[in-house]
Design a protein around this ligand. Structure first.
Ligand code: MEV
Length: 422
């Protein structure tokens, strides 16, 4: 079998139909899957009505493919659902630069999520804490009895932690269930277990349980990605220095770190959306992790190595699943996962970390060099032209003129439509 490559030159110049043919071949998509991706109603009202409450319609987003990703020596095509221009192009471009240095490398911790149980009204909080730790095995057995399938797959509750916290309404005991969720995101499994063990915890502590819920700060379930790029691939030493300085800026200043991290999350969230995962959970985890040392900082770091080449790394919580929820019910999410071709939730999380690092690199390279507006503006100009009523060839003609004149505005688009369309 010939090795499939994600390095597809000129992909952006092709028509959507031709691009889909290439993806079909790469991911072995069926004729039905191709039809569904091309249809205007890929999510039927019937399915949508089963997914959430009070449905009145659906909300389509563009689905793009980022190319060039080489991760642990394997080629990936990355499906991204996003409304923002330039994100897919920047990810593809950054992945191309990283490819020149051998691609991305990744690692991850086991898929362990934390479920929190809040215990209040305790006579002796420290004694209650110790009793919980002494009853660890009983609590874990009770938790595991509620998910025999997860246990049979090698997952389930693996440990218990108990901590006292001081709050505005007094001391509280927080019991934490550490649950290996295997290929699930885990919210359902963890919340079920947390609810199931609460009566036992009340009995052991003689306290009262209020909240029983997963924590989105999934510090036990992290993914890492790193890469080294030859300076020539990035655009030379000056650009390397610009990126290293941008990274230092983000590490030291929360105002910049928020934007720096948003850039990385542009890529991650787009893949999370395309695959039907919970993007709010991933965003919450990423930003909370960025502040874990007490000050909000960056989730990635870029340095120059002894040869003057650029080295980058990213690490963040990665609570993603391949089973359950919209991953299984949304027809396009299923196809997106097939295109991605990941076999486990851990592999999925690692690919996401690599996408985040690529997206961050794409943004920093542009910022450290020509700035991001040039690339951004041509797509933005096309959107303005369409919104002003341009169709067909006129879209590009109007957009190009507006970029050239540096007047990307609806009123100018309307004037140009009249002038160029007549
Ligand atoms: C825009 O969506 C993302 C950037 O602002 C990220 C960054 O500044 O690093 C370009």
């Amino acid at each position: 079998m010939t090795k499939r490559s994600s390095s597809i030159s000129g992909f952006y110049k092709l028509s959507p139909k031709r691009r889909l043919e290439i993806v079909k071949e790469f991911a072995n998509l069926s004729e039905d899957e191709v039809q569904l991706l091309q249809s205007n109603a890929s999510l039927s009202l019937k399915v949508a009505d089963r997914m959430i409450e009070n449905v009145i319609g659906t909300f389509p987003l563009p689905l793009g493919i980022a190319v060039n990703f080489l991760i642990n020596d394997r080629d990936y095509l990355i499906p991204m659902a996003i409304e923002e221009p330039s994100v897919v192009a920047a990810a593809s471009y950054a992945a191309k630069m990283v490819r020149a240095g051998g691609g991305f490398h990744t690692s991850s911790t086991p898929p362990v999520m934390i479920g929190q149980i809040q215990v209040v009204k305790l006579k002796d909080p420290e004694k209650a804490r110790q009793r919980v730790l002494e009853a660890k095995n009983r609590i874990m057995e009770k938790a595991n009895s509620h998910d025999p399938v997860l246990v049979s797959l090698g997952g389930g509750a693996k440990d218990i932690q108990a901590k006292l916290i001081d709050t505005s309404v007094g001391s509280m005991l927080i019991v934490e269930l550490l649950v290996d969720c295997r290929d699930a995101m885990g919210a359902n499994a963890v919340n079920t277990m947390a609810e199931a063990v609460s009566p036992l915890i009340e009995q052991i502590t003689e306290g009262h349980v209020y909240l029983r819920i997963i924590s989105n700060l999934a510090t036990e379930r992290r993914a890492r990605a790193w890469c080294t790029l030859p300076k020539e691939a990035v655009g030379g030493s000056e650009v390397v220095h610009g990126i290293v300085n941008a990274s230092a800026f983000a590490a030291a200043d929360p105002f910049r770190a928020a934007t720096h991290n948003k850039g990385a999350m542009n890529g991650i969230t787009a893949v999370i959306l395309a695959t039907g995962n919970d993007h709010r959970a991933i965003e919450a985890g990423a930003h909370a992790y960025a502040a874990i040392k007490g000050q909000y900082s960056s989730i990635s770091k870029w340095e120059e190595n002894e040869k003057g080449d650029l080295k980058g790394e990213i690490e963040l919580p990665m609570a993603v699943g391949l089973i359950g929820g919209a991953v299984r019910t949304h027809p396009v999410a299923k196809i997106a996962l097939k295109i991605l071709g990941v076999k486990t939730a851990n592999e999925f999380g690692e690919v996401l970390a690599a996408v985040g690092l690529a997206q961050n690199l794409g943004a920093l390279r542009a910022l450290a060099d020509e700035g991001i507006q040039r690339g951004h503006m041509s797509l933005h100009a096309r959107n303005i032209a369409v919104a002003a009523g341009a169709t067909g060839d006129l879209v590009n003609l109007v957009a190009e003129r507006m970029v050239k004149e540096r007047k990307i505005r609806a009123d100018r688009a309307k004037e140009l439509i009249k002038e160029l369309g007549s």
